[in-house]
Ligand binder design. Structure first.
Ligand SMILES: Cc1ncc(COP(=O)(O)O)c(C=O)c1O
Length: 353
């Protein structure tokens, strides 16, 4: 069975939207566009014209960066849009379910709920470092499980999904579920991407984003990577002209060698800072636990969350509390060195608060 068979019948039958043809050096009277440029813009491609239906050069550049074929990649408006599209392609409302771990990124549940699909969260044990247990995850799946979401490194724990675990899940769910590996933070890890497993598993989809390591959260750009037939179905569901011209031109530039290398230097700095911040936090008397992180944040457990939150807020520093899932924990993103210094100074005084 192929990944196509796992998609909803309506999606399999869906034809891609037929947009107005775009040919360079022609008089374009086929798309109801304004004939004049807006005086406020100076992009290479004028904004009175629709963007490309799909950004061809950007897709080629991203495919090169991630080492896949162009047909295996769809440029998305961040991973958020990709998660939403996956729910819509594979989950029938009121019938299918999505399995993931807990705690994890809340958007999997959010978009499953919007689609009318049940979201089952299999708890990961804090004492085991929040490691994903393949057997427990698979026990949560049944015949109606169309999507399994694995976030690696996981938000908000920073934990990697082990390669063996991933292979076990992909193997057990072959022909039955699409296994989505969300690699939003993988650049901050020593671990390699799951992309190299694509040759072996046609039920694998990998999500990448430029929001974290590439420092482009405001651009809303990411990539869905998978087998060409899965990408074609997602392409049919994505809005025409989804990526705006200013975004495409800006991100194209960010993918050139010089900018890519600079982003890699910044990732290295964040990793160094993460180790420094983590070590300093672990030494604070009110920090009862920390977990190793492969991402650009650390998760800590404290003895009095409200007191720490009040202190950081009073000092103008925002950290994240997930009251429902991790009541005693805080997720702290790694900032610039001076911001991290301020955080550590603030928390160093928390005992006196
Ligand atoms: C695990 C994970 N996946 C996806 C996203 C969404 O990222 P994007 O900005 O690409 O939509 C986030 C954002 O925080 C995230 O933590």
């Amino acid at each position: 069975m192929s990944i196509t068979a796992l998609a909803r019948d309506e999606i399999r039958a869906l034809s891609p939207y037929k947009a107005a043809e775009q040919v360079d050096d022609t008089i374009r009277l086929n798309a109801n566009e304004a004939p004049f440029r807006n005086p406020a813009e100076e992009f290479q491609r004028p904004l009175n014209r629709y963007p490309e239906i799909r950004p061809v050069r950007l897709r080629r550049r991203l495919a090169d960066r991630y080492g896949v074929l162009e047909s295996q990649l769809l440029v998305s408006r961040g991973s958020s849009e990709a998660i939403d599209m996956l729910m819509r392609v594979f989950c029938r409302a009121g019938r299918d379910n999505v399995v993931t771990m807990s705690p994890t990124f809340s958007m999997y549940r959010h978009y499953a709920t919007i689609q009318g699909a049940e979201c089952r969260a299999v708890p990961a044990d804090a004492d085991a470092g929040f490691a994903v247990d393949a057997a427990a995850l698979l026990a949560g799946c049944d015949d109606a499980t169309r999507l399994v979401f694995l976030c690696s490194p996981n938000n908000p724990t920073g934990t990697l999904v082990g390669r063996d675990t991933l292979v076990d899940v992909l193997t057990a769910r072959r022909d039955r579920s699409v296994v989505v590996v969300d690699e939003a933070y993988v650049e901050f890890s020593e671990s390699s991407s799951a992309i190299d497993l694509l040759d072996e598993f046609d039920n694998l989809i990998v999500l990448r984003t430029l929001s974290k390591a590439l420092a482009l959260a405001g651009a809303r750009c990411g990539a869905v990577i998978g087998h060409a037939e899965a990408i074609a179905m997602l392409d049919a569901v994505q809005a025409p002209y989804a990526l705006a011209t200013p975004v495409v031109e800006m991100v194209d530039l960010a993918l050139t060698d010089a900018h890519w290398a600079e982003a890699a230097r910044q990732v290295a700095l964040v990793r160094t800072e993460r180790d420094r911040v983590q070590a300093a936090l672990a030494n604070l008397p009110f920090v009862t636990r920390t977990w190793p992180s492969d991402a650009n944040f650390v998760l800590i457990e404290v003895d009095d969350v409200d007191r720490v939150l009040a202190k950081t807020r009073a000092d103008g520093i925002l950290v994240r509390h997930f009251a429902d899932d991790l009541a005693d924990c805080l997720r702290i993103s790694i900032g610039a060195p001076a911001e991290n210094d301020r955080l550590l100074r603030c928390l160093g005084q928390t005992g006196d608060a």
